[in-house]
Ligand binder design. Structure first.
Ligand code: CA
Length: 233
């Protein structure tokens, strides 16, 4: 039985969606704010398979929640519930790492069909991820060995510091996703780190020296201007 996190501040819509998902056989976690959704995601006993996120929320908005969940978990399915059908909002949702979006008002059958289709995709992804994460992550010409914590690039072993290893592991688990400096800081240095986020840039530069054929013209560890960094195989 899948676990679905529903984040919607409008109580009537939330209760209606929650009840329908429960009837369809899902286990459901309910949040009325972005902050509550992030907390539930971290503390859930069973991993969340799909998050249904309303965009317009008081406090932390749905796109921010989406980005944070995606940064933590590359395989969780994310559906944005958007009140408006304008293109920019949909596009922002997909850039934030959402898999799908449903425009309000939506029909329950449509929502359930999307959730069930996405749930099947998530299960396939997670099965594959389980196999792959046992020992090694292979990305293009790079192999990260999770046991020995070493990198092989173009068939050569590359020495990495612990921090460089952790950053690369984070990118390899989230390819083609823009990871912001603050996400990298939180992941590698921890929630309590209070130093300058320039430390991320310094480490990215060093990683480029070690992974790029032409570090000043990177092909893999890309800068996303004004946003962060992104790995491409
Ligand atoms: Ca709302």
């Amino acid at each position: 039985m899948g676990c679905i996190l529903v984040c919607e501040d409008e109580r009537a819509i939330r209760e209606f969606v929650v009840l329908s998902l429960k009837r369809a056989g899902f286990q459901v976690l309910e949040a009325d704010s972005g902050e509550a959704a992030l907390a539930l995601f971290d503390t859930a006993k069973q991993p969340v398979d799909i998050a249904l996120l309303d965009v317009m929320l008081p406090g932390v908005d749905g796109f921010t929640v989406c980005r944070r969940l995606r940064a933590q978990d590359a395989t969780v399915g994310i559906v944005m519930l958007t009140a408006r059908s304008q293109e920019p909002e949909k596009i922002e949702g997909l850039h934030s790492g959402a898999d799908d979006y449903v425009t309000k008002p939506f029909s329950l059958n449509e929502l359930l069909a999307r959730v069930q289709a996405l749930y099947r995709r998530v299960q396939v992804l997670r099965d594959r991820a389980d196999e792959r994460y046992l020992e090694k992550i292979q990305r293009g010409d790079f192999t990260l060995d999770l046991r020995s914590r070493t990198l092989t690039a173009y068939n050569r072993t590359v020495d990495l510091t612990q921090v460089e290893y952790q950053i690369l592991e984070y990118f390899f688990a989230h390819p083609q996703v823009c990871l912001k400096r603050e996400d990298i800081l939180r992941q590698v240095w921890g929630e309590t780190y209070t130093g300058d986020d320039k430390v991320v840039d310094v480490n990215i530069r060093r990683l480029r020296m070690k992974t790029e054929k032409d570090p000043s013209n990177p092909r893999h560890l890309l800068t996303v201007w004004g946003e962060g960094y992104q790995w491409e195989d």
